[in-house]
Design a protein around this ligand. Structure first.
Ligand code: 2P0
Length: 355
């Protein structure tokens, strides 16, 4: 049947993001609504990103997805929520050259195939859900001619993974927690674009670790349920830091930026440790060495050279104030963590903040 033979495809690429004021804790598990605002920086897509191709054809009889070449199930609620929200906003699509005409109504009965690749090793344990869901939502929206701005799309990506909403924009981005119960105002907002403060250099050190990992989703649920500190963090500490961080970013004030970034990473890990049973995301020995190395250096210089931040995995993210301090940082890392030694950092992924 000739009418069954066409395939329409869209490919998109989305970088991951690193939070400098962390998201940790939900007030709604299904819609993925946070208990505090967060701020992140989106990386350069050349370094850590997801590339996703979405295709539609009348020959497809079910939605299917492949991640790094292996088929994965789309039956989970998060995928279903994203697919449903995008489909509900689909519009007419016409490709005259190929003689394809899809009406709004047709999308209800058409199925998609999704192929997604990460350009970084999944084994390194680098968070991939942020780039992954952002890219999935963005590419589906393009395929289905969805006429929503990135803010609205970010609210859909958020339902795939909270941190994903921040990857819809480059530069520094705020995820506003919002007030509405339906999550309509829980969206990402760009603070400054990728050209602002482009002398920053981001280095990700992949730390060797055999520790057992707790997933972010269950980890933050346990923190909200059991930590005595989390409410103080969400209600008292983070709102003030968000205001200060926005100002530091606008002014390119590296000293304040470093102070807030390091303090917020340390407090995030403090609420993890305050969880019952306690959550250790940091390999204490190696990470302690990185923190004290950076803290000592910053103090000896009089003015900070490098900010550190650690996520829910064994990777150190180091943000250097410029290329000179980045080069000095690499020297120091190589000195303290010589290659092929017991304290070898597997690799250094060097990311430029600018897109
Ligand atoms: C963040 N993290 O702000 C924080 C800091 C980890 C530490 O967002 O359950 O994968 O999918 O919303 O987004 C990791 O959590 O969790 C995270 P879900 P997500 O980047």
């Amino acid at each position: 049947d000739e009418s069954q033979k066409w395939v329409l495809m869209v490919t998109a690429q989305t970088p991951t993001n690193i939070a400098v004021i962390k998201y940790w804790g939900k007030r709604d598990e299904n819609l993925i609504l946070a208990i505090n605002d967060s701020i992140s920086v989106t990386l350069d897509p050349a370094h850590l990103c997801t590339t996703t191709t979405v295709a539609v054809s009348p020959a497809f009889n079910q939605d299917r997805m492949w991640l790094n070449g292996k088929e994965i199930s789309l039956s989970g609620g998060r995928y279903q929520n994203c697919l449903r929200e995008i489909r509900a906003r689909a519009n007419d699509v016409e490709d005259e050259k190929k003689g394809i005409k899809i009406t709004k109504k047709d999308w209800e009965n058409l199925h998609v195939h999704v192929a997604s690749y990460n350009n970084f090793p999944t084994a390194a344990g680098l968070a991939s859900s942020a780039a992954g869901f952002a890219c999935l939502v963005y590419s589906l929206a393009k395929l289905m001619n969805v006429q929503e701005d990135n803010g609205k799309l970010s609210a859909i990506a958020r339902q795939g993974s909270g941190s994903a909403c921040r990857s819809l924009y480059g530069g520094f981005v705020k995820w506003v927690m919002g007030k509405e119960q339906n999550g309509s105002d829980s969206i990402a907002v760009p603070l400054v674009d990728e050209k602002h403060w482009d002398e920053l250099v981001i280095i990700i050190a992949v730390v060797c670790s055999r520790q057992k990992e707790t997933s972010s989703t269950s980890g933050m649920r346990e923190t909200v349920e059991t930590s005595a500190l989390i409410e103080h963090r969400a209600k008292e500490v983070v709102p003030k830091r968000i205001i200060q961080m926005e100002e530091a970013i606008q002014k390119c004030d590296f000293a304040t930026f470093t102070h807030l970034t390091c303090a917020d990473s340390n407090q995030f890990h403090a609420v993890c440790l305050d969880t019952s049973p306690p959550i250790f995301y940091m390999n204490a020995h190696l990470i302690g060495k990185i923190i004290s190395c950076v803290e000592k250096w910053n103090r000896s210089e009089g003015t900070p050279q490098v900010a550190y931040t650690f996520d829910a995995g064994p990777n150190a993210v180091l943000i250097a104030r410029n290329r000179t301090s980045a080069a000095l940082l690499l020297q120091r890392l190589l000195f303290h963590f010589p290659p092929n030694s017991e304290t070898d950092l597997n690799s250094y992924v060097i990311g430029d903040k600018s897109l």
